[in-house]
Write a protein that binds this ligand. Structure first.
Ligand code: FE
Length: 334
């Protein structure tokens, strides 16, 4: 206690955080998703993790702060966002044998500037009552007129849907993607609105029969007394792209260029990629571990296994601008 008070005083007197054992995180991820994992890290290492949660503007903030930025690490979902941060020149590469050993090559930047720590699939939530097994097996099926008036989704311009359309484009090209987006839009039961869970609620209440959603939201709904009913009304189906697998995206981390607590930051990165960190992510967040040695949680495993699509993450990141442009051109939300 005295020591803590003393070092805090010293740190404030010196105007420096160098004496404190800490690491500072800028995060686009929700606090409840990562704080329980940070707590375990702090318990084991004595290194405090300070988190600033941002809704937007992370790149601008890091650029404005420059060398004086207090941030060591950035946390985000979506490979395109991660790539955007890297390309802005506010990140430094990390040479770590632990990270390259624990994280498979397809889940990290060849130049070690970003590292995925979890993956998630974007799949179909289907009414148990009104959709039979086998009714929908591909993403292409979503544009089939048999689904007219039966599909719900959040905004087409949300990063999750932009990435899905980008993957579609990588598989089938721009023309086919436009047709698909128009077909999907024509099948919507209502204008895009709400988040992924709001669509499951709409299935539960009978407004639609299928929706698009990320896998881990099933875990969040099951754990929520109000939302459990919604979850119980649906099952997860894992569609594939014709000639591919189920669409996956990642959450990832990167070390900032300024990183005043670089050593501690790398320790945290290595912890998250370790079997222990991966298991915590798997159990607490119901995301898929990127380590092949860590199994998903029992709940996640109960949803069934799937073939992940094998597009390169960087290709997916590059598909974002044309995919977003096309979603806007077809006025998907309109
Ligand atoms: Fe999410």
């Amino acid at each position: 206690m005295r020591l803590t008070a003393l070092s805090a005083l010293a740190a404030s007197l010196l105007g420096s955080t160098a004496l404190a054992q800490e690491v500072n995180v800028y995060s686009y991820r929700q606090p409840e998703l990562i704080e329980p994992i940070f707590d375990v890290f702090t318990e084991e290492t004595g290194i405090a993790v300070n988190v600033a949660f941002l809704n937007k503007g992370m790149v601008e903030r890091l650029q404005a702060e420059g060398d004086r930025s207090p941030a060591d690490l950035v946390f985000t979902v979506d490979i395109a966002r991660l790539a955007e941060i890297v390309e802005a020149g506010v990140i430094q590469p990390v040479e770590s044998e632990v990270l390259t050993a624990d994280i498979p090559a397809e889940f990290r930047d060849p130049e070690n500037r970003w590292f995925a720590v979890t993956s998630r699939a974007r799949v179909v939530y289907a009414s148990k009552e009104r959709v039979a097994d086998g009714d929908i097996t591909t993403y292409e099926d979503l544009a089939d007129p048999k689904w007219k008036g039966r599909i719900c989704t959040r905004s087409g311009t949300h990063e999750y849907n932009v990435a899905l359309a980008g993957a579609y484009m990588l598989h089938h090209g721009e023309e086919a993607t436009r047709d698909w987006l128009e077909g999907l839009k024509a099948n919507l039961a209502r204008k895009p609105q709400g988040n992924d869970r709001a669509q499951v609620k709409a299935i539960w209440s009978g407004e639609c029969d299928i929706s698009l959603g990320n896998t881990y939201y099933m875990g969040q709904m099951v754990a929520d007394p109000e939302q459990k009913e919604w979850a119980d009304s649906v099952r997860l189906l894992f569609p594939v792209f014709e000639g591919g697998g189920s669409h996956v995206n990642i959450s990832g981390i990167a070390l900032t260029k300024a990183a005043p607590n670089k050593e501690n930051a790398i320790k945290l990165m290595e912890f998250l990629a370790s079997p222990e960190g991966q298991q915590l992510y798997a159990e607490l967040n119901n995301e898929y571990p990127i380590s092949p040695d860590t199994p998903p949680s029992d709940l996640v495993a109960s949803w069934g296994s799937f073939e992940p699509d094998e597009l390169q993450l960087m290709d997916l990141a590059k598909s974002r601008p044309p995919a977003l442009r096309m979603i806007e051109e077809v006025d998907f939300d309109g």
